[in-house]
Each structure stands twice: as structure tokens, then as C-alpha cells.
Design a protein around this ligand. Structure first.
Ligand SMILES: NC(=O)c1ccc[n+]([C@@H]2O[C@H](COP(=O)([O-])OP(=O)(O)OC[C@H]3O[C@@H](n4cnc5c(N)ncnc54)[C@H](O)[C@@H]3O)[C@@H](O)[C@H]2O)c1
Length: 444
């Protein structure tokens, strides 16, 4: 795909956001998703003749996924690529032959011909690369999670407060239609009071990649070693804990948990099985579980309310007691849609519970769209918001407009992952440490 076929790939989400904003009066949408305020169809028109000059650091699987999303984007061009692993750099260069190639990211950052840097490297590299890129005067889009340690996260947060540059972290659920609309429904009271959160990510895959020589084991299989990875928590749970905080508009005060290497006893250092409970100040808890040796339950983000359940990952919700009688016209309509969904989706996703078959009919969060995620991809799911958040970043490289609350959301989620790991390692309850609190955090 060397020839660039340009198109506006994100208009669907932009229009969706505009419609959602108009329907709800705008203010409600902004309160729920402040980072979307500039992501409108009008803004796309304003910037379409300009191009953000983008450089990539890390051209492995996620980096190449971003390249595929960037190539057709009207308002972006890939001008530079950097990687220390020749086969990945070569493959990326094949996709964008005009881009300049580098093996030293610091050298690349000296170039005045770069507006924004996309970082898709192992977790241990995020902090030095983000901070160096901001210092070099570049806008930065970094993959989640924020960083490997709490001190690094704090250093990034502090740097973000001092810079006038844009900083995004790829928490793509923030730009996913299902999540955006589902959150609006939660915040408008559709499922009543949020009384619990239940998230899990199950897959059956060893996370290993083949290595051409033993000397490259730690470099290529960086996810398995503590010097470069915080394991399931930062690789998977970070997305889901962010969703919980988004739903709750606050962050948990404490966490307990257990972590083990149960199945993949192959020399790895990170857990392949984790179970944790996070507790918010009002007593609501997140039950979080992840296993990578059984995929039966797939991946789900469930927000449990006193009147219903929002299953954000699958794009469905369920109302309690609706069988008794539909209360309003809109509920009757939703109920009819739900019946159709139920007929069209034989298993109704991994959230299906046979014993509650009669009581819970699924409804779409976004009409006509549902998603059963098997949680298997290590690169990314289709239409999960990844291309849109990247597009918003490229737009911001042109306008200079910061993404409101994105750094804060990434900071809170990553800190919870790292505190979870600490709780599992030390086998004790960990309270959120004062030294890492930031004004954005609400605990009560
Ligand atoms: N948002 C998501 O859903 C999502 C999905 C997958 C991966 N990720 C994240 O993307 C990042 C990369 O993951 P991946 O699966 O692509 O890993 P990967 O191993 O496939 O790619 C990482 C690349 O970074 C390169 N690299 C390592 N050190 C470097 C350095 N000092 N300078 C330049 N290049 C360097 C490696 O050689 C490799 O090509 C991770 O942070 C991961 O958590 C996010």
C-alpha cells in the first residue's frame, strides 16, 4: 500500500458525536466526554487542506496498525520511522517508502520537519520517549499504558502540565461509539445507581513471539519480563479500569488482589492469572479478572446498575424487571429492538447467562451495532476507536488544541494498574498513595 489513497476515515464518529451532542443538548455530552469537544465534522472541514507531519517510534505490530490507519488519513502524512529492530523497520518502510528511516529516536527528534510523534514501543520506553519528544517541541501520541512505574507516570503528568504541546495516550475506548453513548446513558440514569463494576479479559494465548536468536528474547518478548512490562494489568486491564473511572466519575481508594503464574510456566516473570477488587469511596467495587489460558468468557466491561446493566464491550445493555411491563413508550421501543437483537444473535455474546434468559433481553447501545469481542487480538480490534483517537491527535497537531482530560484519564488508569500489581506482589491492601494523587482525582 505505497500509494496513498486519501479519505476522511473518521466522519462517521464525528457525525455521531455531533448528533449525540445535539440530541442531549451538548452540555451533557461534554460533561461525559470532554475530550471530544473538537471532534466535529466542521473541524474536519477546517483542517482538511493541512497535514500533520507524523513520525513513528516503534514499528512493530501496533505501530504498523497505526500506519495502516494513518495512510488514508487526509490530514496526516508519515514523514519518519524509527525502530531498533531491522525487520520491523523494513516492513514499515515498505508501507511508507517516502518516510525517512532512523534507528535512534533522539536523532529523529532533532528533525524540524516533524509535528507529531506516535510512540508504539514497549512500556519501559514510554516515559523517556514521551518526555524527550515533548522537550524536543513535538506533539506526542503514546500507546497505553502511560509508563512502567508510578514515578515515571508522575514525571509524564508533570511534563504535560508544563508543555504547550499536545499529549495523547491511546485509550481508544474514549473514542468508541459504544462507550461514548453507553456512558451517556449511564450518566443520565438509565441503569439507576451504579452499584458494581465487573470487567474481565480472558484469552487462550501464551503472548509469546518467535525469536530469531536467544539474544533477542527479552527484546522481542518484552511483554513477559518485568524490566519492560507490568503484564496483564498494563497490557489489558488499563483500558478497562479507565472505563470504570469514566463511569464512576471518580477513582477507587484501595485495591486488594492475587496474581500468579498458573499455566504458562515458561520462564516469564509476569502473572498469567490475576484477580483483583478495587473499592471506591462509596463502597462500589470493581471486580477485575484476567486469564490467558482460557478464553471462554472473552472480554467484557460491565457496569452494574440498580435498574440495569451496561455491557459496554459488547454494545448491549439489559434492564432489570422489564419483563413485568414496559414502563414507557421508549422502553417498549427498546424492548422491540431488543427482541430483534436477541433473534439475530444466537448466543447473545459471552455475557449470555442461561438462567437469566427470560429476565434480561439485550438492547443495542448504538442501534444496529453490537460486538462480541473474543479478546484475542494483540494488535487491536476493528472499529474500537483507535483510528479516531489517532485522527483527533493528528488534527490537534495542526490546531494545537489539547485533548481535554486524556492525560489525566491515562494517568489514573495506569496508576491503578501499577497499584494492583503492588497489591498482588505484597499480598496486602494498598490505599491510593498521597504522593501520586493529582487534583483531577475525585475519591468520594
Ligand atoms: N491500545 C491498544 O489496544 C494496544 C494494542 C496493542 C499494543 N499496544 C501497545 O503498543 C505498544 C507496542 O506494542 P506491540 O505489540 O506493537 O509491540 P511490538 O514488540 O510488536 O513492537 C514494539 C516495537 O518497538 C521497537 N522498539 C523497542 N525499543 C525501541 C527503541 N528504543 N527505539 C525504537 N524502537 C524500539 C521494537 O523493536 C518493536 O518493533 C505497547 O505499549 C503496547 O501496550 C496497545
Amino acid at each position: 500500500m505505497s500509494k496513498k489513497t486519501e479519505k476522511q476515515t473518521d466522519l462517521g464518529l464525528r457525525q455521531f458525536i455531533k448528533d449525540l451532542g445535539y440530541l442531549s443538548g451538548g452540555a451533557a455530552l461534554l460533561a461525559t466526554t470532554p475530550w471530544l469537544q473538537s471532534f466535529t465534522p466542521e473541524k474536519a472541514k477546517e483542517i482538511q487542506s493541512e497535514k500533520a507531519r507524523i513520525a513513528l517510534i516503534g514499528t512493530g505490530s501496533r505501530g504498523q496498525y497505526h500506519i495502516h490507519n494513518l495512510l488514508p488519513m487526509k490530514h496526516a502524512e508519515i514523514v519518519a520511522l524509527c525502530d531498533i529492530y531491522a525487520p520491523n523497520l523494513k516492513e514499515a518502510a515498505r508501507l511508507c517508502p517516502k518516510a525517512k528511516k532512523y534507528t535512534d529516536y533522539r536523532k529523529m527528534l532533532e528533525s524540524p520537519d516533524i509535528d507529531g510523534v506516535v510512540i508504539a514501543t514497549p512500556l519501559n520506553w514510554h516515559a523517556p520517549m514521551v518526555i524527550d519528544a515533548l522537550s524536543a517541541g513535538k506533539h506526542v501520541f503514546c500507546e497505553k499504558s502511560m509508563a512502567l512505574t508510578m514515578d515515571q507516570c508522575k514525571a509524564i503528568y508533570d511534563a504535560s502540565r508544563k508543555t504547550d504541546k499536545v499529549l495523547y495516550f491511546c485509550m481508544q475506548r474514549l473514542f468508541d461509539e459504544k462507550y461514548i453513548k453507553g456512558m451517556q446513558m449511564i450518566h443520565s440514569g438509565l441503569i439507576g445507581d451504579v452499584v458494581g463494576l465487573r470487567c474481565h479479559w480472558f484469552r487462550n494465548h501464551d503472548w509469546r513471539r518467535p525469536v530469531p536468536s536467544a539474544a533477542l528474547e527479552r527484546q522481542i518478548n518484552w511483554r513477559l519480563y518485568r524490566q519492560s512490562s507490568a503484564g496483564l494489568m498494563t497490557e489489558l486491564a488499563s483500558h478497562q479500569l479507565e472505563v470504570c473511572n469514566w463511569a464512576m466519575h471518580r477513582i477507587p481508594r484501595s485495591v486488594v488482589g492475587l496474581g500468579d503464574i498458573v499455566h504458562w510456566k515458561d520462564g516469564r516473570e509476569v502473572y498469567d492469572s490475576v484477580s483483583l477488587t478495587y473499592r471506591y469511596g462509596n463502597g462500589v467495587k470493581i471486580t477485575y479478572e484476567s486469564l490467558i489460558s482460557n478464553k471462554y468468557n472473552g472480554m467484557e466491561d460491565q457496569v452494574l446498575g440498580s435498574k440495569g446493566t451496561m455491557n459496554l464491550a459488547t454494545g448491549m445493555y439489559f434492564l432489570e424487571g422489564e419483563d413485568a411491563s414496559a414502563n414507557s413508550g421508549i422502553e417498549q421501543l427498546l424492548s422491540q429492538i431488543g427482541n430483534k437483537v436477541f433473534a439475530a444473535v444466537p448466543a447473545a455474546g459471552s455475557s449470555w447467562r442461561p438462567e437469566t434468559q427470560k429476565a434480561y433481553k439485550p438492547h443495542y447501545i448504538v442501534e444496529g451495532k453490537y460486538h462480541i469481542n473474543d479478546g484475542l487480538s494483540m494488535i487491536g480490534a476493528v472499529k474500537d476507536g483507535s483510528d479516531e483517537i489517532l485522527s483527533a491527535f493528528c488534527q490537534a497537531c495542526i490546531t494545537g488544541e489539547k485533548g481535554k482530560d486524556i492525560v489525566e484519564e491515562a494517568y489514573c488508569a495506569t496508576m491503578l494498574c501499577l497499584l494492583g500489581n503492588q497489591a498482588m506482589e505484597e499480598q496486602r491492601k494498598i490505599d491510593f498513595p498521597d504522593e501520586y494523587k493529582i487534583p483531577y482525582m475525585k475519591f468520594e
